[in-house]
Design a protein around this ligand. Structure first.
Ligand code: PEP
Ligand code: MN
Length: 337
């Protein structure tokens, strides 16, 4: 961490700052020039709120050198983490495909979709049972019955299942029925929820909030990791920008940035980024080409009738074509799929 002090700062105010830093356990290396005075602050600054130094009247600027996240950082663990979700491994050589409906609507609907995505090569089945809808009047999901159906179809078609948890009180249900727990974009900074998930034995799929920086996203992963659960897969799902042509703007660059900053696997959700079915395939391919360890794609047998996110759901033929082209990208990258 580097602290720049104001040119006209009094010695007394600088002494107060230096005492505070020393009492916080840091070594201080001054660099005093004609016009600029800098203090290099050496020590474990990861648990230190650098911005709090702005409260000192002599401080002009603070620049962090170390990342505020620690356990999820690649500097702590240089090799990739591999996360095993009931036999499906993220972060290894394989590109993992997760597919299924946005929301579970009925046994018949889920079974039709599960059978198709399995035969097309999906490794995991997704399905929302507790939906975080923007409108309270929109379909809210089947609840526990949906989770039961998801577990049933996952077993029948031999795919581990993932579903989104929106309320920490429902954690016991998720522990019972799913192989992986999804934290949605809207809950990425629900720190109470993240703390609870730190105590869970289930792997977590942590989506990026649509208004969150990469650093904030990794800090949320740090919450889960620091809470005791290192089994985290990150998911880029698009961020909110000024652009209206898509539902969100897929931040493709976050994939290599996160891969460099963290040892955790990263997958891409092209469906929620696109918001439109015809944009899902190109975004999926872009995500893989950028180095994603997998994709999570919404698929529906009758998108026109879907209770949630029909506009971005792929019909079976389109999902098949996306899978075929994804295999070509995997091959070009020397990855299995
Ligand atoms: C979802 O996966 O259905 C979902 C609601 O995603 P997000 O949290 O990324 O919007
Ligand atoms: Mn959805």
């Amino acid at each position: 961490m580097i602290v720049k002090v104001k040119q006209k700062a009094t010695q007394e105010s600088i002494d107060r700052l230096l005492l505070h830093l020393k009492e916080s356990g840091f070594d201080i290396h001054p660099s005093i020039g004609q016009n600029t005075t800098l203090y290099g602050v050496i020590g474990d600054t990861a648990k230190f709120d650098a911005n709090s130094l702005m409260a000192f009247e002599c401080v002009e600027n603070v620049v962090r050198i170390q990342s505020p996240y620690k356990q999820v950082s690649r500097s702590i663990q240089p090799e990739n983490s591999t996360i095993d979700v009931s036999g499906v491994v993220f972060g290894g050589n394989e590109i993992v495909m997760i597919a299924g409906p946005c929301a579970i609507e009925s046994r018949e609907q889920l079974e039709r979709i599960a059978a198709q995505v399995k035969s097309t090569g999906a490794r995991m089945l997704r399905g929302g049972a507790f939906k975080p809808r923007t409108s309270p009047y929109s379909y809210q999901g089947m609840g526990e019955e949906g989770l039961q159906l998801l577990q049933e179809m996952g077993k029948k078609y031999q795919m581990p299942v993932v579903s989104e948890l929106v309320d920490a009180n429902d954690l016991p249900l998720f522990e019972q029925y799913v192989d992986m727990i999804q934290v949605g974009a809207r809950n990425m900074q629900n720190f109470a929820l993240l703390k609870e998930l730190g105590k869970s034995s289930k792997p977590i799929l942590l989506k990026r909030g649509f208004s969150n920086t990469i650093e904030e996203w990794l800090m949320s992963a740090e919450y889960i990791f620091a809470g005791g659960n290192p089994n985290i897969v990150l998911c880029e799902r698009g961020i909110r920008t000024f652009e209206k042509a898509t539902r969100s703007t897929l931040d493709v660059s976050s994939v290599p940035v996160v891969k460099a900053a963290s040892h955790l696997p990263v997958i891409v959700d092209p469906s929620h980024a696109a918001g439109k079915w015809d944009l899902v395939e190109p975004l999926a391919l872009a995500g893989l080409a950028a180095g994603a360890d997998g994709l999570i794609i919404e698929v529906h047998d009758e998108p026109e009738q879907a209770m949630s996110d029909g506009a971005q759901s792929l019909k079976f033929d389109k999902f098949e074509s996306t899978m075929q082209k994804s295999r070509l990208i995997a091959k070009a990258l020397n990855r299995s799929m």
